[in-house]
Design a protein around this ligand. Sequence first.
Ligand code: ZN
Length: 233
Amino acid sequence: MQVTNASNVREVDPASGRIQRSNSLVEDVYEAIFAQLMSLKIAPGSRITVDSLVKELEVSHTPIREALGRLEGEGLVLKTHLIGYRAAPQITRRRFDELYELRLLLEPHAAAKAAASMDEAKLAVLEESAGGMARRDGKDERLRYSNFARQDAIFHDRIMEFANNELVRETLAFQHTHFHIFRLMFHSRVTEEALDEHQAILAAFAASDPAAAEQAMRRHIEHSRDRLLPAFD
Ligand SMILES: [Zn+2]
């Protein structure tokens, strides 16, 4: 049931009877499904039925459809006419190799450019986006993993922003690289090691050292590739 007032749409949660702001409900539903996709609880390529999510998450169809629409825009969910939704299939080995080749061509160079024009304000932005990737805490592991994937995407995107080439930035953003690669494997090693590599990149930025930033970024992407390669065995 939806109740509209002057400023926003409110939805009554049939399970708890609580009235929630509709946009925060969609956000919560989105996060829940996103975490299931990233942690492979929803297997790549598998069907996603709105009715089963309605039961599981105890919300109505509307926020689920909205959340699925957003995930479709991010390449994580596919919608087929008459069939419905399914999780995007896992990327192929070939696609994986292509993605990493693309990243290695673009990101180390961009990191060098970002380092060359680094200032305190930009450094603070980068440190903050890296800081959001907390190490293990008590939180739900699935949620932690999906948060890390998103934060990693933001951290790399910010570096591309400061490299000052919108075309490069868009090209990488359009691939939704981080969502696809993190879905290859649900493993804490993937995140723990990346944090140290991010620190090395940040140190190079703090020193405004383009050569060090280029090298640290290249090493991070190569290590990321090596960590995820066993997923294809
Ligand atoms: Zn990273």
